[in-house]
Design a protein around this ligand. Sequence first.
Ligand code: PMP
Length: 353
Amino acid sequence: MSQFWSPLVRTLTPYVPGEQPKVSGLIKLNTNENPYPPSPAVMAAMHAVTADSLRLYPDPDSSQLKQTLAAYHKVKPEEIFVGNGSDEVLAFVFMALLKHDAPLLFPDITYSFYPVYCKLYGIDYDEVALTQQMEISTADYIDRDCGAIIFPNPNAPTGIPLPLSTIENLLIAKPNTLVVVDEAYVDFGGETAMPLTQRYPNLLVVRTFSKSRSLAGLRVGFAVGHKDLIDGMERVKNSFNSYPMDRVAVAGAIASYQDEAYFQKTLSDVITNREQTTQALQKLGFSVLPSSANFVFATHSAFSAEQLAAGLRERAIIVRHFKHPRINQYLRISIGTQEECSKLIEALTQLTT
Ligand code: PMP
């Protein structure tokens, strides 16, 4: 700590991201990356970016990328905000839209970045407990006074999705409350709320290229909502004079949307591996929450999750274990390739039998 730190910085507890190991050869199932590489078309498009174009600043509006996203998702370009990964998009959401007199609500078990952002941007918040079944109950949100609501769908780290009809009922019940749905994992089996943005001006949907599009290293994310919401976020962004996307990232992101067959194949492979891994874990005596994401959340009544995570680590496999008392008996396991998942099951068989 330095005497020059501001009072706010003194109070911050920074987010601790999942480990990115410095050594190679580990089976990395801890940060929900896609085990498959991005489409070859993405690599080709990025290689095709010319030296002469890199000499120039990028388009501050990322218009071409917005047009590609708008055409695919059947919305208008002016209903889209793009940024360097959805964490940055979320930062603009928090700064531009979530600061109200009443608290922001989110689940007690959810993406642990939300409270960090709240503290950074001076936003009051309340956590709403998940049900016994580890589900979000929107009734618990409808009953409470709040400035805004945010949750992932499917939720993380549980992987449990909310049906679209439930989200629509929440939007109807709270027409004056902004509802932000973080759809980082929706492509793996959830129902997207994107079409509802056309009817509900109180809905903002946030997406990332990091999971289903295998581009965590490129840093691309976006939000979709009523033009007035997007205008508010653009106003904050433009006050920073920041360029949301560099030219290489724009080229790669657009190409990803042009190779639909590769995208669908990757999704279906991850989903197949998830279902096989779930069954294998259940055979070993784990309870596995019903996941619609690219990870599973599993607990074993006879073994400590922390010790299992340590045992896996000794066998060169890393998974995520959270210290939060309500979930410290769970492991969050990202879905890998079929070979990686088999090695995981082999290691867990040794550890539990
Ligand atoms: N939302 C959720 C629920 C996440 O799990 C993550 C990834 N940790 C993000 C947003 C951020 O993803 P990115 O910044 O890579 O787009």
